[in-house]
Design a protein around this ligand. Structure first.
Ligand code: NAP
Length: 246
C-alpha cells in the first residue's frame, strides 16, 4: 500500500494500458480517477477496483483541446482534492502513409497525444510543485525513438511527449515533482485487437519476440509513481521487449 493517501488521475483509464495502470495504482492504495469517453467501460473499471477494496471514480471527458484538458483537471480536483499522480495515457495511434493523412487526422492525433497532456500538466503540476511532491508519467511509444514507415504522425506526436517529459522534469523536478515516461512496445489491448498478425510481426523483431500485456506496462507505470523511483527524473523507460535496444 505504498500509494496510500495519494490520488491519481489516469487518462484513458477505460481500456488497455490505462485500465491496467488504474488497477495497479489502486492495488497500491491510491485513490484513482479514470477518464475516458465511454461511460460503460469506465463504470466497469470503477466496479472492478471497488470490488477489490480500492477507491475509484470515472470522469467522462472527450479530450480534444485545451479547454477539455483544463476541465478534466478541475473536475478531478473537485473529486479528490489534490492530484498527486498524473498518468498521461490516453492516446490514438492511426497508422498510414503521410500523403493520405488529412489536416483533420493531424489535429486529432496531436490534440489528444500532445495538447491534452500539455494542459493537464499546466493545470496540475504547479499545485504538485507547491506541495513539494508529485509524479507524472507520460505514456509514449517505441516508435517515438526510431523512424517507422506509416507511423510518422503517431511517432512524431509521441516524440513531442518524450521531449515534454524531459522539459517538465527540468521545470518541475527542482520542486519535487518527478516527471518520467514509459515507452511501450507492441501491447495487447482493445486498441490493438484489430491489428491481428501485424502486432505479432512487429513484436517478433524484439528480443522478447512477443507482444506485451497491459499489466506489464502498468507495472512500470506504478513503479515510476512510487518512492521506489525517488531518484528517477526525466527518464523514458522502454517496456518494449528490448526493441529499441537492438
Ligand atoms: P486503447 O486500448 O485504444 O485505449 C485508449 C484509451 O484512450 C481509452 O481509454 C480511450 O477511452 C481513451 N481515449 C481515446 N480517445 C480519447 C479522447 N478523445 N478523449 C478521451 N479519452 C480518449 O489504447 P492502448 O493500446 O491501451 O494505448 C494506451 C496508450 O499507450 C496510448 O497513448 C498509446 O499510444 C500507447 N501505446 C500503446 C501501444 C500498444 O501496442 N497498445 C504501444 C505503444 C504505446 P474511451 O474510448 O473511453 O474514450
Amino acid at each position: 500500500m505504498e500509494l496510500q493517501g495519494m490520488a491519481a488521475l489516469v487518462t484513458g483509464g477505460t481500456s488497455g494500458i490505462g485500465r491496467a495502470a488504474a488497477v495497479a495504482l489502486a492495488q497500491r492504495g491510491a485513490r484513482v480517477v479514470i477518464s475516458g469517453r465511454d461511460a460503460g467501460r469506465g463504470d466497469e473499471v470503477v466496479r472492478e477496483i471497488r470490488a477489490a477494496g480500492g477507491e475509484a471514480d470515472f470522469l467522462a471527458v472527450d479530450l480534444r483541446d485545451e479547454a477539455s484538458a483544463r476541465a478534466l483537471a478541475g473536475r478531478a480536483r473537485e473529486l479528490v482534492g489534490e492530484v498527486d499522480i498524473l498518468v498521461n495515457n490516453a492516446g490514438v495511434y492511426p497508422f498510414g502513409p503521410t500523403e493520405q493523412t488529412t489536416g483533420q487526422d493531424f489535429d486529432a492525433v496531436y490534440s489528444l497525444n500532445v495538447k491534452a497532456p500539455f494542459f493537464l500538466v499546466a493545470e496540475l503540476a504547479p499545485d504538485m510543485a507547491k506541495r513539494g511532491r508529485g509524479a507524472i508519467i507520460n505514456v509514449t511509444t517505441m516508435v517515438a525513438e526510431f523512424g517507422a514507415a506509416g507511423m510518422a504522425l503517431y511517432g512524431s506526436s509521441k516524440a513531442a511527449l518524450v521531449l515534454l517529459t524531459k522539459s517538465w522534469a527540468a521545470e518541475y523536478g527542482p520542486s519535487g515533482v518527478r516527471v518520467n515516461a514509459v515507452s511501450p512496445g507492441p501491447t495487447r489491448t482493445s486498441g490493438t485487437s484489430g491489428m491481428g498478425d501485424d502486432l505479432d510481426q512487429l513484436a517478433a523483431q524484439a528480443p522478447a519476440g512477443r507482444p506485451g500485456s497491459a499489466e506489464e506496462i502498468a507495472e512500470a507505470i506504478a513503479f515510476l509513481a512510487t518512492d521506489r523511483a525517488s531518484f528517477v527524473h526525466g527518464a523514458v523507460l522502454p517496456v518494449d521487449g528490448g526493441r529499441v535496444a537492438v
